[in-house]
Design a protein around this ligand. Sequence first.
Ligand SMILES: *Cc1c(COP(=O)(O)O)cnc(C)c1O
Length: 225
Amino acid sequence: MSIAANLTELKKETDRLHVKLIAVSKTKPKEEIMEAYQAGQRIFGENQVQELVDKYEELPKDIEWHLIGHLQTNKVKYIAPFIKLIHSVDRLKLLQEIDKQAKKNNRIIDCLLQVYIADEETKFGLGFDEAIELLRSDDFANLKNVRLVGVMGIATNTDNPKQIKEEFYELKTFFDGIKQSFFRKDEAFKEVSMGMSGDYKVAIEQGSTMVRIGSTIFGHRETKI
Ligand SMILES: *Cc1c(COP(=O)(O)O)cnc(C)c1O
């Protein structure tokens, strides 16, 4: 099927369930992104800063760009002028740098806390305890140019659906807990970014509000990143 057809099919499903669809376009050329754009998609996710900046500069300006991959502190400045949502905040230092760069650009940048839920050593993210420690800290309270709007997690890459389901359940439960404790009156804190091509259906069942989907739309990637 074509990119447009894949997207339309998927969009029917996510729209019906009121879930936001992030089209993950990493490694894909601009022509393919434009195909999705022509089919109506406006939210795209990338995981590398340089690639994201290049695409931002050359593609239509009404695209909403999300960073979904690991972010180095020294690269925040390149995306701060335009990034719509950073899914991958996994340490206070990074949040402080985003705050600083957002301020320089006279903006408030929306962020998600990436929380570690997988049974794998390679995935980035804060542990539940570390996330709570961050939220309780005075350093966090002092940040004025970042807005936390929810959490993000990546499940274990496994064929075991029960395990994936439990990991998503844990993330949603954690989200509900910190919503109660730290963001009760904050309507903006409402996003649970979980679910990729292989597991988005389970993620939505478990309360995802945003799915990040690449290969189901654009086909297989050559490089596995
Ligand atoms: C690549 C990537 C995705 C999309 O993966 P697919 O399996 O192609 O849907 C989602 N989230 C993150 C963080 C990614 O790096």
